[in-house]
Design a protein around this ligand. Structure first.
Ligand code: XMP
Length: 425
């Protein structure tokens, strides 16, 4: 679903096929003016209905022909126009001057986005029922909160417990959504199913394949119990759309297949509601805060769909998952206590398929090693490792070795992406 704004405060960004259009729209929103991207093929009739304050054409040399044929049509509409090419991206002052010329009042906020979406969702859903897959992550939580504000009892959330979650994850979802937001929350307890599918599997791609397959089946089964549901709400955000090649106007060179868009089968026969499709992650967080989600949830580090399975090298077993969960909880607690959580993009523990010799009292041990990975990134396409203070590293290591049974060695990952990836798999 694309946000429609029939009030007269929209700046339309026309996308001629560069990857920058959404970033320009975001820059405009950062100036407190509402902006959304539409394809350059939008008709003049549709533009008149939206009645934007301004039209920004975003293009580069490659789209010159399309631009040259569209601009004369736009000129006839007497709406202030601006053309931006990729190299103008940094010029926020320039954008502000243009917005002023358009008559912008610079008072738009994420609250207005929430209100607009709530109206839109009510209009779209009517009296029908909606289901929403909740993962415990930021995006799906924000969608659930938005839907709950819009249609309350017509919403059911489904949380598939794969048994691959972090410590306390499941336990925190229930009070937050069921008790605080009063959402009808359905938890599908599927730990055994996932572990069964992963038994004996060591190849990382095969693990991903099986988890994806089980997730689709588990979710479909849970969803099929809600026979009256006509809509499925998903927390797809703009970077997911790009990485899945879902933005028709943008070359799909950066497609990343393991992401979420298009993950569910067509035969589920739901109409999709994707209210965050045009937003970037920091905007989704802002929206979450507007909707009353707690800061601890809104600022959570991203967590991969296949969960701890990608952090458990070799075969995934309950015992290994428990070790990772315990060590991971210590890592996160120490990072939070040191006030470092927000300055790190992702922090996690990887259980290595390696045993090594250690000493405990008078005897030798032969136990497992874990790697700690803390990275900083702006886009998750490239990343650098974080340099943590010695005393924090020391505390993390000594607590993990002393408190988690089966671990006698902790190492710190100092690899940048590329060439390493963020997850070890
Ligand atoms: P890599 O390991 O490819 O990870 O450098 C980049 C970012 O993507 C996350 N990641 C995933 N996220 N589903 C997701 O939603 C997945 O299957 C998945 N695999 C990796 C990873 O945690 C990092 O933030």
């Amino acid at each position: 679903m694309t946000p429609q704004s029939h009030n007269h405060n929209t700046i339309l960004v026309l996308n001629f096929g560069t990857p920058f259009a959404q970033q320009i729209a975001k820059r405009i929103r950062e100036c407190n003016a509402f902006s959304r991207v539409v394809p350059y093929t939008i008709s003049t009739e549709e533009i008149k209905v939206i009645a934007p304050l301004g039209i920004v054409c975003v293009c580069d040399d490659r789209c010159f022909d399309k631009y040259a044929t569209t601009v004369p049509l736009l000129n006839e509409m007497s709406i202030p126009m601006l053309t931006v090419s990729g190299s103008d991206l940094a010029a926020t002052d320039f954008l502000r001057r243009y917005l002023k010329k358009c008559g912008c009042s610079f008072d738009w906020t994420m609250r207005d986005f929430a209100d607009m979406m709530i109206r839109k969702i009510r209009e779209q859903v009517g009296n029908e029922q909606v289901i929403c897959g909740l993962s415990g992550g930021v995006d799906s939580s924000v969608v659930a909160a938005l839907l709950s504000a819009a249609i309350g009892p017509q919403l059911t959330c489904i949380f598939v417990n794969s048994g691959l979650m972090r410590k306390g994850e499941m336990e925190s979802v229930e009070p937050e959504f069921s008790q605080h937001f009063k959402i009808d929350l359905h938890i599908a307890r599927e730990e055994k199913r996932f572990l069964g599918a992963l038994a004996g599997v060591t190849d990382p791609q095969e693990k991903r394949k099986r988890i994806g397959h089980e997730f689709i089946n588990a979710f479909s089964e849970a969803a099929s119990q809600f026979k009256n549901a006509r809509f499925l709400a998903q927390g797809t955000i703009y970077p997911d759309v790009i990485e899945s090649g879902g933005d028709a106007e943008t070359p799909a060179a950066t497609i990343k297949l393991h992401h979420n868009v298009g993950g569910l089968p067509d035969d589920l026969e739901f109409d999709l509601i994707e209210p965050l499709r045009d937003l970037f992650k920091d905007e989704v967080r802002q929206l979450g805060l507007e909707l009353g989600l707690p800061e601890s949830l809104v600022w959570r580090h991203p967590f991969p769909g296949p969960g701890l399975a990608v952090r458990c090298l070799g075969e995934v077993t309950v015992e290994k998952l428990n070790v990772i969960r315990e060590a991971d909880a210590i890592l996160i607690e120490e990072i939070r206590n040191a006030g470092l959580y927000r300055s790190i993009s992702q922090a996690f523990v990887v259980l290595l398929p390696v045993q090594s010799v250690g000493v405990s009292g008078d005897s030798r041990t032969y136990e497992n090693a874990v790697a700690i990975r803390c990275i900083k990134t702006s886009d998750f396409m490239t990343a650098d490792w974080c340099s943590l203070p010695d005393e924090v590293l020391r505390r993390i290591s000594s607590r993990i070795i002393n408190e988690v049974s089966g671990i006698n060695r902790v190492v710190y990952d100092i690899s940048a992406k590329p060439p390493a990836t963020i997850e070890w798999e």
